[in-house]
Design a binder for this molecule. Sequence first.
Ligand SMILES: Cc1cc2nc3c(=O)[nH]c(=O)nc-3n(C[C@H](O)[C@H](O)[C@H](O)COP(=O)(O)OP(=O)(O)OC[C@H]3O[C@@H](n4cnc5c(N)ncnc54)[C@H](O)[C@@H]3O)c2cc1C
Length: 327
Amino acid sequence: MEPEGWSTVECYVNGFSSSLPEDVQYRALREIAGFEKAKMFRPGYAIEYDFFPPTQLTSTLETKPVRNLWLAGQINGTTGYEEAACQGLMAGINAHQRAHDKPAFTLRRDEAYIGVLIDDLINKGTDEPYRMFTSRAEHRILLRQDNADLRLTPLGHALGLASDERLARVRQKEADTLAVLDVLQGFGVEPAAINGFLAEHHSAEIHEKTRALNIVRRPAIELPALAAALPALAEKLAAFSIEAQEQAIIQTKYETYLQKEQQQAQRMRELENFVIQGRLNYGAMPALSHEAREKLLKIQPETLGQASRISGVSPADVSVLMVYLGR
Ligand SMILES: Cc1cc2nc3c(=O)[nH]c(=O)nc-3n(C[C@H](O)[C@H](O)[C@H](O)COP(=O)(O)OP(=O)(O)OC[C@H]3O[C@@H](n4cnc5c(N)ncnc54)[C@H](O)[C@@H]3O)c2cc1C
């Protein structure tokens, strides 16, 4: 139940959305335990709309049948403001690139949610209005709010969409993050100076001089508290922005997870580098499963990575394609 405001008894019934007739909605609501006497201010409703199956699009959102026609937004089977906005951005960028004889611009699944959304739409299509849930992104550890600027500003700048000043700010944050890591790596902490603090934070005491970096790796220890307990460390960190300090800590605490995720993304990227469009005659590959052949013929994936994500194309089918590609 989501309260609609401080000064109203109105609540939004999350997850109860329905397009059934008003009297049916009212009776259904009162079936819920605790809602026997609920009053309904307004019924739920649904909006019906048509869309073009997005499997007809390339990764730039250009239609395959009609060159120089890009589709973006609800017409591609999505719903939502952000879903529509990000597609408009990508279609617009690519129309501009085409008009100026510049290369196409796409984002990978491990680079941005936009990459996940477009890749899902063009490969899987959608049977119901598509929303960009974080659970759809397999590399979501890499797709964080705290690193959105690091991931995307250089790309935006290269396209002419982000100013020099904005890029400079990001580069400064990157440099400061490395500098903060250097400070933490180089700062030795004596047991006598820190064991009281560690005990207070229910963290094991140290018995020999330890790098500050290894202390902030501990789950219970946050950098601002540690710096407050160690004035000499606080002094060294004072020159760096809170954002750079946060970034350094995120990279430290989650280092192993991030590395693992990056390795996985790298393996996927290798498949992504195999461009296959127009190179393979799927009809003449008896080793492919019947379903894979049908889907590949229909979707005509641009890369081996894209082929591997089409539902119905198994890892065995991908191996067959690799053989035909000479690998
Ligand atoms: C009542 C309601 C509440 C919503 N609430 C939310 C919400 O809380 N959060 C959220 O994320 N999303 C919400 N949505 C969904 C969201 O508004 C849409 O998914 C999104 O606006 C779609 O954007 P779009 O640009 O693809 O399409 P639209 O915004 O529909 O734009 C299409 C445009 O094309 C124009 N057009 C159509 N035909 C022609 C033609 N022949 N020639 C020229 N122009 C034409 C239309 O006039 C319109 O301006 C809501 C939608 C509705 C209806």
